[in-house]
Design a protein around this ligand. Structure first.
Ligand SMILES: Nc1ncnc2c1ncn2[C@@H]1O[C@H](COP(=O)(O)OP(=O)(O)O)[C@@H](O)[C@H]1O
Ligand SMILES: [Mg+2]
Length: 365
């Protein structure tokens, strides 16, 4: 097992495209780190540089104490699992799993033992003599994971391993991967574009956008204290509502205002009243409870009743917003409703990139 360290990593592809900009990251020995971000943000590039499948343009990568910039992928002691499984179609499951070990001239008895152990961990003992085309998607993914396990590598690298599975199987495999990590405690970097997968699997999460690391934090820290507007809107479903506007002195304090609409949510004083901000609040924090500060009175455009929750869509200060209420809430399509927001549940972001979080209700206004 090993720690992994990225120092000032840059990836510039031959066509000049910069896919990763100055990434710094430390993954502790035994940690499960998730790399999440929208498609094209540089996740696979980052992982492939750690694996040695992609050259590093600038910076250094260390696995344990060893600088691996110039070490061949096969000599980095890591195992990678891909979205498309990359199994050899003409080989049995057993041969697929033992292939890497045979290439390394591991003894026959040792191979048999390790494949047996991995098959048991993954519950695929009965599939060992089948070929990949005789397996379901979930079974193939287990075999791909098994092939990584038998190597007993210093680290696992997963690149969207569950993306090809249907929703139900994805949830199950997610749970199995979490249990697997619990059992093996192997250092893991796991790439996904799915924020729910990231939140459920990651001990720490790296949020990336456009080749830049936006924030590195635990799932709860990302949700409660997003560093900027991108993280705030990427983490959480549905996304945080965002409205652009100013701060105004009102009622002995300061309020956020937009398009003439004033919210009775107190925000910090700002000396430059002409400056614009983005005000953010999560759909699940909006209430119908008159004892919370009033947010606004709105007309509800669409209502979705899902049984356990009710979604209400509305426009506020020219922005499309959504509220999520528990159970069957008293909101009607076309009806007017007063929305409230607890004093600790808002965020204020700067209007200039990178739209940093300037203040938040939960950090004391
Ligand atoms: N070989 C390549 N040459 C040029 N650009 C590339 C190459 N591979 C990937 N890219 C670009 O680099 C960016 C990051 O790609 P990638 O790391 O695959 O993103 P992700 O895995 O987050 O979807 C994308 O804009 C992609 O088009
Ligand atoms: Mg990718």
């Amino acid at each position: 097992m090993a720690s992994i360290r990225l120092d000032n990593i840059v990836k510039r592809y031959d066509n000049g495209h910069v896919a990763v900009r100055d990434a710094n990251l430390q993954i502790a020995d035994g940690e499960f780190l998730v790399l999440v971000g929208p498609s094209g943000c540089g996740k696979s590039t980052m992982l492939r540089m750690v694996a040695g499948l992609e050259e590093i343009s600038e910076g250094d990568i260390y696995i344990g104490d060893r600088r691996v910039n110039d070490v061949e992928p096969g000599n980095r002691d890591i195992a990678m699992v891909f979205q498309n499984y990359a199994l050899y179609p003409h080989m049995t499951v057993r041969d697929n799993m033992s292939f890497g070990l045979r290439m390394r001239r591991t003894g026959k008895e040792e191979i048999r033992k390790r494949v047996g152990e991995a098959a048991e961990i993954l519950s695929i003992e009965s599939l060992l003599d089948r070929r990949p085309r005789q397996l379901s998607g979930g079974q193939r993914q287990r075999v791909a994971v098994g092939r990584a396990i038998v190597r007993k590598p210093a680290a696992f690298l997963f690149d969207e391993p569950l993306s090809n599975l249907d929703a139900k199987l994805r949830v199950q495999m997610r749970k199995e991967l979490a249990q697997l990590h619990h059992r093996l405690k192997t250092t893991t970097i796991y790439v996904t574009h799915d924020q729910i997968e990231a939140m459920t699997l990651g001990e720490r999460i790296v949020v990336m956008n456009d080749g830049v690391i936006q924030q590195v934090a635990t799932p709860l820290e990302l949700y409660e204290s997003p560093a900027n507007q991108f993280v705030a809107s990427f983490i959480g479903s549905p996304s945080m509502n965002m409205i652009e506007g100013q701060i105004q002195a009102a009622g002995g304090g300061h309020m956020f205002t937009s398009d003439g609409a004033e919210f009775s949510v107190r925000v910090p004083k700002d000396n430059d009243l002409a400056r614009s901000f983005i005000f953010g609040f999560r759909p699940e924090h909006i209430t119908l409870n008159a004892s919370d500060p009033r947010l606004a009175e709105v007309t509800v455009d669409v209502v979705e009743r899902l049984g356990d929750e009710t979604m209400a869509y509305f426009e506020l200060a020219g922005c499309s917003c959504v509220a999520r209420f528990e159970g069957d809430a008293d909101v009607q399509r076309g009806g007017r409703v007063a929305l409230h927001l607890p004093a600790e549940n808002w965020y204020l972001f700067g209007s200039d990139a990178p739209h940093k979080t300037i203040a938040a209700g939960n950090q004391g206004a």
